[in-house]
Ligand binder design. Structure first.
Ligand code: PGA
Length: 251
């Protein structure tokens, strides 16, 4: 049984006090939810303070990016052990905004994924095609490339700790979400890739989130799809009401 996982990616939003307030509201509203795994991903500057708020609650925390080296002269970067010491359990890697705006490649995603696993953190690895790629019938080939290269060289045990987030780039922040059928088609395809890379049992165990304009009113039909195991939520995770409604609509 794959447990539904809803993660909120706050991106470059929320100063310290706003982060604390949002985390507090989410904690209070969702304190009795046991059947959905709930993760919030604040900006780096808020991680430790948000951890204070959610400590001993059912809310978990993730970061939005990481650097793969252990420590040293890498100005501006954050290591896996820093994230762990701030209270993170998860970390998003390979988000399309990082791929498009900051030169992230499958190779760097792979290095980050391996570094996180070495530190005992769970990577949320994002994959997904751009609009022209979908229009040109290249959705599957792009997703295959992202999955195979970003996740190459992982042991079976490591792979079981990964969450994959399928995020069609054309659906992120645009209000245009993939239909439930479009999402299901790609999620099923990703599972077939995992089966080819490992085995059927593993393919059935790995959780695959959908991301891209997820809102309280479309989560139900997305989550009802056989291969959709949750969501990575951007815009709608910035307001406590909509994020909490998304989580509750998964029940
Ligand atoms: P969105 O972002 O929900 O605002 O479309 C999703 C994401 O970038 O993870």
């Amino acid at each position: 049984m794959r447990r539904v996982i809803i993660a909120g990616n706050w991106k470059m939003n929320k100063n310290l006090q706003e982060s604390i307030d949002l985390a507090n509201f989410i904690k209070r509203s969702l304190f009795d939810i046991a059947d959905v795994e709930i993760v919030i991903c604040p900006p780096f500057t808020s991680l430790s303070d948000v951890e204070e708020v959610i400590m001993d609650s059912n809310i978990k925390m993730g970061a939005q990016d990481v650097y793969w080296e252990k420590e040293g002269a890498f100005t501006g970067e954050i290591s896996c052990s820093m994230l762990k010491s701030a209270g993170c359990e998860y970390c998003i890697v390979g988000h399309s905004e990082r791929r498009l705006l900051f030169g992230e490649t499958n190779e760097t995603v792979n290095k980050k994924t391996k570094a996180l696993l070495r530190e005992g953190l769970k990577p949320i690895v994002c994959v997904g095609e751009k609009l022209e790629e979908r229009k040109n019938g290249r959705t599957f080939s792009v997703v295959k490339d992202h999955v195979e290269k970003s996740l190459s060289g992982l042991t079976r045990d490591q792979m079981l700790k990964i969450i994959i987030a399928y995020e069609p780039v054309w659906a992120i922040g645009t209000g245009l979400n993939a239909t439930k059928d479009e999402a299901q088609e790609v999620h099923k395809y990703i599972r077939s890739l995992l089966k080819a890379m490992y085995d059927e049992e593993l393919a059935k165990s790995v959780r695959i989130q959908y991301g891209g304009s997820v809102k309280p009113d479309n989560i139900k039909e997305l989550i009802s799809q056989e291969d959709v195991d949750g969501a990575l939520v951007g815009g709608a995770s910035l307001k406590a009401d909509s994020f909490c409604a998304i989580v509750k609509n998964c029940l």
